[in-house]
Design a protein around this ligand. Structure first.
Ligand SMILES: Nc1ncnc2c1ncn2[C@@H]1O[C@H](COP(=O)(O)OP(=O)(O)OP(=O)(O)O)[C@@H](O)[C@H]1O
Length: 242
């Protein structure tokens, strides 16, 4: 285990019945870095995310998170260990105020740290600061997405997997998602970012993985990924010579 890696994935494979959705994927995530996970629809990006956070059991391979193998652990144990999956969607309490949603996210923190952590989450997403007293269910869809992200980031997890957080959001809200994730990264959270906006995510990322048909087609520094993305973004069904 190299100490500056928060995550070491080795030979990871996932099956859905007879179908091999992910095969023999190996990569590392450096502590405090942003990794863009790229690939066409159906390539296996969400399957990778779900395997890492314990929502689907790998058929082979290991996932070392801070030196501990996560394979076989339950999703809630993995989340408590600090690997947080942010699936597309909300996961907030609509009947509670924005402030109470944030307070609930941090109830497990030592009391003296709670307000500090909430302040930090609101700093990531200033739009929420003006709405602390508003019922979360009355926020716009984009604002609810911000709140969901802010709740997760208030916990200061070591590693966040952000799965298509910008999907369906208005451009201004997409900007806020990227800004919030960038602020969290600057504060030391490692981020694995699955994104439809390839060039935007590469601009923010340190490194990139390109998944293709369940395999790792390319990995390397984000500033060298553009060519690989062009080469490997072949819509499913076409042959690999493209
Ligand atoms: N629960 C499941 N059972 C069977 N097959 C599945 C299941 N979930 C995903 N798959 C299949 O596994 C493959 C990879 O899917 P996955 O959702 O990981 O792709 P993705 O890269 O996240 O795609 P997208 O960008 O469209 O979300 C696809 O062929 C998909 O149909």
């Amino acid at each position: 285990m190299t100490t500056d890696h928060v995550l070491e994935v080795r030979n990871l494979s996932v099956r859905y019945g007879p179908a091999l959705a992910l095969h023999d994927v190996s990569f590392d995530v450096r502590a405090g870095s942003v990794t863009a996970v790229l690939g066409t629809n159906g390539a296996g990006k969400t399957t990778l995310a779900r395997a890492l956070c314990g929502l689907v059991r790998p058929s082979a391979g290991s996932i070392l998170f801070d030196g501990t193998d996560l394979v076989g652990r339950r999703a809630d144990q993995i989340a408590r260990a600090g690997l947080m999956y942010l699936p597309e969607g909300r996961g907030i309490f609509p009947g509670l105020s924005v402030g109470d949603n944030l307070r609930m996210a941090t109830v497990s923190h030592p009391r003296e740290q709670r307000s500090e952590n909430i302040d930090r989450a609101v700093e990531y997403f200033p739009v929420l600061a003006e709405r602390l007293g508003q019922r979360a269910g009355t926020l716009s869809g984009g604002e609810q997405q911000m709140l969901s992200l802010a709740r997760a980031l208030a916990l200061r997890p070591p590693l966040v997997i952000a799965d298509e957080m910008s999907l369906g959001l208005a451009p201004k809200m997409v900007d806020m998602v990227f800004e919030g994730l960038a602020a969290a990264a600057a504060a030391g959270t490692s981020i694995l970012m699955i994104e439809q906006f390839v060039h935007r995510s590469l601009a923010m990322a340190d490194s990139a993985l390109v998944i293709r048909r369940g395999g790792l087609a390319w990995q390397g520094p984000a500033d060298g990924a553009a060519e690989a993305v062009e080469e490997h973004y072949v819509p499913s069904g076409r042959t690999s010579s493209a």
